[in-house]
Design a protein around this ligand. Structure first.
Ligand code: AMP
Length: 507
């Protein structure tokens, strides 16, 4: 086991190399059958902004099959001006917000992607990460295909373009049979929109209606914003086609050989608390995680405070279950983005202090339980403990409403490589020392599954793969889709010399 000093003295890995093909936890949105499809998409993307702040894009298509697209770097509100919006005409549109992965940024990786094919214009918005994209890309390049960007989505477009099948659904089936990993897709072609969730259903996708129009969105938060009614979720491994024919549904794979594995980290952190995904309220799930955490690890303390906003719902649940009063001990500035937004480590370094300030009147001389949803590198927690102590806190007990994040995600969540995950090579006690807390406890894996409605998940604390409908690979290392490819890549990463620039302790 490596010590904490080993970890913080490490060379930073460039995770955007060929081993971490830039996929993304992004937001996708689409409207069919509305004269103001692009404007609705613009609004819908606002409702998904938390899923990606690096770039945004919209493509609209008119009745003659002509498409117009606008992409830009930054937030939705900054990317689209009235002049640009006025070009995006037609009864159907799709949009995308892209999350910042470390590297692979810039306009060339922005989506939706639009290509002109023999069958007309085709646009694609993708959320997820393909485990074997680099191998497929290498094969395609060997056969003469030319790529412009580095996204998995371009690999999908090439696979689609090569298929000879007459129906879009069959072309998709053929293309997607070759890929492993996570993909939620919205496609737009002259025949209408197509929505797909991979057979594991890692990333969410919901269907809504607005009058006669159909809406597809990553989360219900986007439906609520445009006052569309929630109809249902697209099922794992389902292809849904929307067009003049109405709505049809078919299976991506005929035999249900893949078990549904929705990403539990969407419920822990990523999705918006007012959303309903994976048949659950995100808010209620987090509240339950907090209650369960209190059952497992309530210390002797005076008050409980959340790390806003990510720890809010869990802290309320913790407070209810433990009986400790809930207070706002940290105030968040809403004028800076998430600390992960800026890929530059030097900027992220300042992020915590820019974002959070401590309320001395609440904290002074008190024993504080502070709740956050997760610890990744440990940088944020360490800063927060320091902040609380400098505002007079007598004791700081850190409680995390998910298990230790020990493994990188290959299905689209932007976690660093194993080396950078503090829990991958340090015990809970070592992490407690690094973040300088008086005590530290995480929610158990069993407790997490219990909080999201999984039944009996086994006594060892590890989910029984037959009984869980969630992917918890970032906590357990139990990768499902593309597990062999992932194992090989993890081995390569472990033996490879670290690349990139060096840095001192990330505090
Ligand atoms: P760290 O400083 O690296 O330990 O980051 C921990 C903080 O980042 C926690 O407050 C989490 O809410 C947040 N977090 C966890 N996972 C992610 C992610 N994939 N993207 C952005 N923020 C995250």
């Amino acid at each position: 086991m490596h010590s904490v000093s080993w970890l913080i003295g490490q060379v930073e890995l460039d995770v955007a190399g060929p081993e971490r093909h830039p996929g993304c936890v992004c937001g996708v949105f689409g409207v069919w059958g509305h004269s103001e499809a692009a404007k609705l998409t613009y609004l819908g993307l606002h409702g998904l902004q938390h899923r990606g702040q690096e770039s945004a894009g919209i493509v609209a298509m008119d009745e003659s099959g002509r498409s117009a697209r606008h992409l830009g770097e930054g937030l939705v509100a900054d990317v689209f001006s009235p002049a640009e919006m006025s070009r995006l005409v037609g009864g159907q549109a799709i949009g995308h917000v892209r999350y910042s992965t470390t590297g692979g940024s810039g306009l060339q990786n922005a989506q939706p992607l639009t290509v002109e094919t023999l069958r007309g214009s085709l646009s694609l918005a993708h959320n997820g990460n393909l485990v074997n994209a680099h191998t497929i890309r290498a094969d395609l390049e060997h056969q003469g295909s030319i790529f412009q960007a580095h996204t998995d989505t371009e690999v999908l477009v090439h696979l689609l373009a090569r298929s000879r099948a007459p129906r879009m659904e069959d072309r998709l089936r053929e293309a997607l049979a070759q890929v492993q990993g996570a993909y939620t897709l919205i496609l737009m072609h002259s025949g209408g929109l197509v929505g797909v969730r991979d057979p594991s259903g890692f990333r969410p996708l919901v269907l809504g209606r607005l009058g006669d129009a159909y809406v597809l969105a990553s989360e219900t938060s986007a439906l609520a914003l445009i006052e569309a009614t929630f109809v249902r979720e697209i099922e794992a491994g389902e292809i849904i086609s929307i067009g003049a024919h109405g709505l049809t549904s078919e299976r991506l794979v005929h035999e249900p050989d893949a078990v549904a594995r929705a990403c539990v980290f969407e419920l822990v952190y990523f999705a918006r608390p007012d959303s309903q995904i994976f048949e659950r309220s995100v808010y209620e799930s987090r509240y339950e995680m907090g209650r369960q955490l209190a059952r497992e690890a309530t210390p002797d303390a005076d008050i409980v405070i959340p790390v806003p906003d990510s720890g809010l719902a869990a802290a309320l649940g913790f407070s209810e279950e433990s009986g400790l009063p809930f207070r706002h001990g940290l105030i968040r500035s809403h004028y800076v983005g998430r600390t992960f937004i800026e890929p530059e480590q030097s900027i992220r370094h300042f992020g915590v202090r820019l974002k959070l300030s401590a309320v001395r009147a609440v904290l002074e001389n008190r024993r504080i339980v502070v709740i956050d949803d997760s610890v990744v590198r440990g940088t944020t927690s360490r800063k927060i403990v320091g902040l609380l102590r400098s505002a007079g806190a007598r004791e700081v007990h850190m409680r995390i409403s998910s298990p230790p994040t020990r493994f990188p995600c290959f299905y689209g969540i932007d976690t660093p490589t194993t080396r950078e995950l503090i829990a991958s090579s340090n015990s809970v006690d070592e992490i407690r020392d690094f973040i300088t807390a008086d005590s530290l406890a995480y929610l158990s894996t069993k407790g997490l599954h219990h909080s999201v409605g999984d039944g009996d998940v086994g006594c060892s604390g590890t989910a029984n793969p037959d009984q869980t409908r969630f992917c918890d690979a970032c906590f357990t290392g139990a990768y499902s889709s593309g597990a062999d490819t992932i194992r090989q890549r993890l081995e390569v990463l472990q033996t490879e010399a670290p690349r990139g620039r060096t840095h001192g302790p990330k505090t």
